[in-house]
Design a protein around this ligand. Structure first.
Ligand code: PLP
Length: 384
C-alpha cells in the first residue's frame, strides 16, 4: 500500500517544511550562553512578562482542570482593554490560530484571498491550507497598500465565471516594514464586497488608535490582536480577534473547545492588570526603535525605513544582506534576512534593550571597518 496516496493531493504537493534551529541549539552551536545572544530576529519582547504574570503563573492551583471553553473572564478583561463588547471577542492560541480559523470558516476550495505582500507570511500559508487561491496585490515601493489595485482585483476575480473573493488580509503596522494602514484606505476597502481582516499584532507600539471599535460599525471587518509582542508571552500563545456580531455564533461552533490553555489565560489576565509595567516596557521599546532607526541611518551602507512597530526594516545598500546577517550571527546577534521580492537585500531588526542596540551598533561598526564600507574609502565609493 502506498499510504501517501491516501493524503489530500494538495497536501502532497505542499513545499517541504524547513525547520528552524531552536534557540538552545543555536546558542550551543555559537558557543554562547542563551543570555548572551542578542536575539533581534523575531520581534519578541526582551523584557518578558511582568513580575505579576510570573507570580500568578507560579501560584495558579488548577492546572489539572480543563480550561473554560468560553473564556468568560479573559473576554471580559479584553472587552475592557479594547472597548468592544465581550461577546464580539474570541481568544485563540495566538493570532495565528485565528488566521487559520478565519480561512477555514470562510473558504471553500477555489475561493480567493487577497494578500498584500510584502507582509506576514501566515495569511498565504493558511489560505492555501484551506484550499483557497491567493491573489497578490503588491504594496508600492514605500510599502503602502495599493487600494485601487485591490479594488480592481476584487472586480476582476468576481467578474470571472467561477471567481469569488472572500477575504482581504492587511497588517497595520505592517510586518516587515512597520508602516500603518490609513483610515481612508480601510474605509474604501470596507466598501468592497469582501471581508477585511486587519492584523494589529503591533498596534501597542504604534501610538495610534486601534481599528477594533470599527468592527461595531462594519459587518465585514475583523481585527486581530495578540499578547505575543507587547506582553512578552509569545511562547505561551495568546491572541484574540474582534469579530462582527453575526459571525460569532459560527465561530463558536467551529473552534476547538480548549484552544486557549490555562497558563496563557492566567498570564493574559495578569498582563491586562499590570498596566504600569507594560506602559513602561512598551515605552522603552518604542524609544529603542526610534534610536535604532536614527543610529542605523548613520551608516552609509544602511537605509532604514521609519516604523510604528517594535522593529526596523533596513535595506543594505553597499553590502550583501545575507552575508551581513551571517556575520552578525557569528557575533551572537540575530537579525532577520529576507529573500523575497520588494525586500531584496533587506534585514529586519527588532527593538531590544538599550544594551542590545549597543551590541548591534558596535558589531556594525566592526563590520564596516573590516569591509571598509565605513567610513567610506575611495575604493568602496567607486564600487557603488
Ligand atoms: C507575530 C505576528 C503574529 C503572530 O501572533 P501570535 O499571536 O504569536 O500567533 C500575527 N501577525 C503578525 C503580523 C505578526 O507579526
Amino acid at each position: 500500500m502506498r499510504w501517501e496516496e491516501w493524503l489530500r493531493p494538495d497536501v502532497r504537493r505542499m513545499e517541504p517544511y524547513t525547520p528552524i534551529v531552536p534557540f538552545e541549539v543555536l546558542s550551543e552551536r555559537l558557543g554562547r550562553r542563551p543570555e548572551e545572544i542578542v536575539k533581534l530576529d523575531a520581534n519578541e519582547n526582551p523584557y518578558g512578562p511582568s513580575p505579576l504574570v510570573r507570580e500568578r503563573l507560579a501560584r495558579y492551583p488548577f492546572y489539572h482542570i480543563y480550561p473554560d471553553p468560553q473564556q468568560e473572564q479573559l473576554r471580559s478583561a479584553l472587552a475592557d482593554y479594547v472597548s468592544v463588547p465581550a461577546d464580539q471577542i474570541l481568544p485563540g492560541h495566538g493570532a495565528d490560530e485565528l488566521i487559520d480559523l478565519i480561512c477555514r470558516v470562510f473558504l471553500v476550495p477555489g475561493d480567493v484571498v487577497i494578500n498584500a505582500p510584502p507582509t506576514f507570511g501566515m495569511y498565504e500559508f493558511d489560505a492555501a491550507l484551506s484550499m483557497g487561491r491567493v491573489v497578490h496585490v503588491w504594496r508600492d515601493t514605500t510599502f503602502q497598500v495599493d487600494v485601487e489595485g485591490i479594488r480592481r482585483a476584487v472586480e476582476e476575480v468576481n467578474a470571472r465565471e467561477n471567481g469569488r473573493v472572500k477575504l482581504v488580509f492587511l497588517t497595520s503596522p505592517n510586518n516587515p516594514d512597520g508602516g500603518l494602514l490609513s483610515p481612508e484606505a480601510l474605509r474604501t476597502l470596507l466598501s468592497l464586497p469582501v471581508v477585511v481582516v486587519v492584523d494589529e499584532a503591533y498596534i501597542e507600539f504604534a501610538g495610534q488608535p486601534s481599528f477594533a471599535p470599527w468592527v461595531l460599525e462594519h459587518d465585514n471587518l475583523i481585527v486581530l490582536r495578540t499578547f505575543s509582542k507587547w506582553a512578552g508571552i509569545a511562547g505561551l500563545r495568546l491572541g484574540y480577534g474582534i469579530f462582527p456580531a453575526w459571525l460569532m455564533p459560527h465561530l463558536w461552533r467551529f473552534k476547538q473547545p480548549y484552544n486557549v490553555n490555562v497558563a496563557a489565560t492566567v498570564a493574559g489576565l495578569a498582563a491586562l492588570e499590570d498596566r504600569e509595567y507594560y506602559a513602561w516596557t512598551t515605552a522603552a521599546l518604542v524609544r529603542e526603535r526610534d534610536r535604532l532607526y536614527r543610529e542605523l541611518a548613520r551608516f552609509p551602507f544602511l537605509h532604514p525605513y521609519p516604523s510604528h512597530a517594535n522593529f526596523v526594516l533596513c535595506r543594505v545598500e553597499s553590502a550583501d544582506a545575507q552575508e551581513l546577517t551571517q556575520w552578525l550571527n557569528q557575533q551572537g546577534i540575530l537579525v532577520r534576512h529576507f529573500r523575497k521580492p520588494r525586500l531584496e537585500n533587506c534585514i529586519r531588526v527588532s527593538a531590544g534593550k538599550p544594551t542590545h542596540t549597543d551590541a548591534l551598533l558596535d558589531a556594525l561598526r566592526r563590520y564596516a571597518r573590516e569591509r571598509q564600507t565605513w567610513p567610506p574609502t575611495p575604493s568602496s565609493v567607486k564600487e557603488e
